[in-house]
Design a protein around this ligand. Sequence first.
Ligand code: NAP
Ligand code: G4F
Length: 328
Amino acid sequence: MNKTAIVTGIFGQDGAYLAKLLLEKGYKVYGFIARRSTPVDWRLKELGIENEVEYIEGDLTDVSSLIRAVNIAKPDEFYNLGAQSFVGTSWKQPILTAQSTGLGVLNCLEAIRLSNSDIKFYQASTSEMFGLIQEPIQSEKTPFHPRSPYGVAKLFGHWMTINYRESFNIFGCCGILFNHESPLRGIEFVTRKVTDAVARIKLGCQKDLHLGNIDAKRDWGFAGDYVEAMWKMLQQDKPDDYVVATGRTTTVRDMCKIAFDYVGLNYEDYVVIDPKFYRPAEVDLLLGNPKKAKEVLNWEAKTSLEDLIKMMVEADLRRVNKELKVKD
Ligand code: NAP
Ligand code: G4F
């Protein structure tokens, strides 16, 4: 019989790719969606799946809406991807971040415990929990030291998931995912901010690009690859936690170079360092060790950073070209 899944955060980058993957595997997919004043389903539309998902309204901060959703969908699997996920915003709205990104996880776990504790649960943990890194290459065994209210909230959700596994035998898995990007990435994140700017500069409708700390290093992969790891975690016999990463780290500066080079421009002619984009505390370096995911899940990243940036620049060139045609 086909399986059923609930996905919170389905209108976000990962939610869209995961929904597509689950639909391709024959799942019935319910999207748990927070009410917003304007429609935000553009990612599902880009993937052509907006009419294949059933939607249930609710909010991660409202446990009753989660219990209602679980009772309606009766899922086999519950993927919690919903969160206030932008690190920069977490200093401006720390309490909202704690409530949705942190307590929201406990609300999901309680909804499962109270309704049907056989539901398998995936928690979107993050490399941001490593923060001030304690080891040069981070694995499942590396101690955490979060550097932002977002990282602290995620760590609460991470440990709650482990605690519900140990206390109530809930099949809860945490994917400690390193940065993953795509043409569906939100414009506020640095890769997409860069590829959008590259397209606009190339097409003559933007002059320069203001960035913060371009010496920060990230382990960047493709979101389309990473959602497969999420699914694989819930297909194992035993619940566990996994680092999902490429094993390569690159500075923001070099990522800019890759993006500008792709359209034949020199990033140094356009990037302006703007202290406005510095963070109160920075995560200088992230580099993941995906060995366990490879050994247990038979998962590995397939897309190089160069191919990823090319895919993103091309998508942004298409979007900006379309915008310009509409204006003509
Ligand atoms: P995203 O694009 O920001 O998507 C998050 C989604 O959660 C959005 O659709 C958002 O809706 C929704 N949401 C926010 N607050 C909510 C609430 N209170 N109730 C219900 N839904 C809510 O993030 P993503 O990049 O897809 O990431 C997916 C998950 O993985 C997130 O939990 C993120 O923290 C985590 N993660 C991401 C990465 C990465 O590199 N992408 C790495 C590690 C972990 P609105 O936009 O309408 O608020
Ligand atoms: O793209 P970012 O905003 O991603 P960040 O902070 O690493 O967080 C992302 O990855 C996490 C996984 O490690 C997720 F959990 C989280 O939800 C999110 O998806 O920033 C990347 C780096 C930072 O060091 C930042 O300081 O780029 C640096 N940066 C430099 N200038 C900038 C900018 N970041 C942004 N967003 N905008 C800038 O202008």
